[in-house]
Design a protein around this ligand. Structure first.
Ligand code: ATP
Length: 235
């Protein structure tokens, strides 16, 4: 479904991605783990075209999307829930979800809204609340819900568990599993919480300073000595 090949991304003179290759197949949950600053968020942003890759290609469903503007990439079926959630704090829950549906097929709004409320009943209870006044966990639910409103076939999640209490982390991961199983949604997820993320994922990749250094099934990576020492210490 998604093929990233030989991707290099720069911020000015800084080379954040140094030739990244990876694949995500339809129906999978794939997790990318790596230390702070490895380039994980940059990869998700490059898939969405901002910043675009300077070299290499991003192919989605057989089509080269490397140089497309972000709105075109969203229209083709990719949505991202960004790091730090980036919900619109002054808007209500409903308004945030409406923003997410801008590039969806016309007439689909109510169906998608019901689907999101089914996954996150809390959002339905808080429909008129200003998003900025919600808890961290609720804001994360809203960010994922907003991404789902565009009816993506590939959902990109940047650190969905960041800063959340353990119980809420479990809820969020459970919902990711449900979306994947029930809606057959393909998920590519960046996570610091390597243990939970690899348990959930079908496959995983490890990134070190802008390069993929390891890949395998979630179970293989969880059992790998290097991964355990670097990312699961004490876990
Ligand atoms: P974290 O887990 O801490 O979010 P990450 O693996 O997602 O880290 P990135 O945020 O992709 O890493 O950053 C990769 C590198 O690119 C880092 O060295 C970072 O300082 C640099 N970088 C990221 N964004 C910018 C920017 N807008 N301008 C300049 N450099 C940047």
């Amino acid at each position: 479904m998604l093929t990233v090949s030989g991707v290099h991304t720069f911020y000015g003179a800084i080379e954040a991605l140094k030739g990244v290759d990876l694949e995500v197949s339809a129906g999978e949950i794939v997790t990318l783990i790596g230390a702070n600053g490895a380039g994980k968020s940059t990869l998700l942003m490059t898939i969405c075209g901002n910043p675009p890759a300077r070299a290499g290609r991003v192919i989605f469903e057989g089509e080269d999307i490397t140089r497309l503007p972000t709105f075109e990439i969203v229209r083709r079926g990719i949505a991202q829930s960004p790091e730090g959630r980036r919900i619109f704090p002054r808007m209500t829950v409903l308004e945030n979800l409406q923003m997410g549906s801008i590039s969806a097929k016309p007439g689909s709004f109510n169906t998608e809204l019901e689907r999101v409320f089914h996954l996150f009943p809390r959002l339905k209870e808080r429909i008129d609340q200003r998003a900025g006044t919600m808890s961290g966990g609720e804001q994360q639910m809203l960010a994922i819900g907003r991404a789902l409103m565009s009816q993506p076939r590939l959902l990109l999640l940047d650190e969905p568990s960041l800063g959340l209490a353990p119980l809420v982390v479990r809820q969020i991961f459970q919902v990711i599993k449900d979306i994947n199983r029930e809606q057959k949604m393909t998920v590519f997820m960046v996570e610091q919480n390597a243990f939970h993320a690899l348990k959930l994922a079908h496959r995983g990749y490890v990134m070190v300073t802008g390069k993929i250094t390891m890949s395998g099934t979630g179970a293989e990576l969880l059992a790998n000595e290097e991964v355990r020492a670097a990312y699961l210490e004490g876990g």
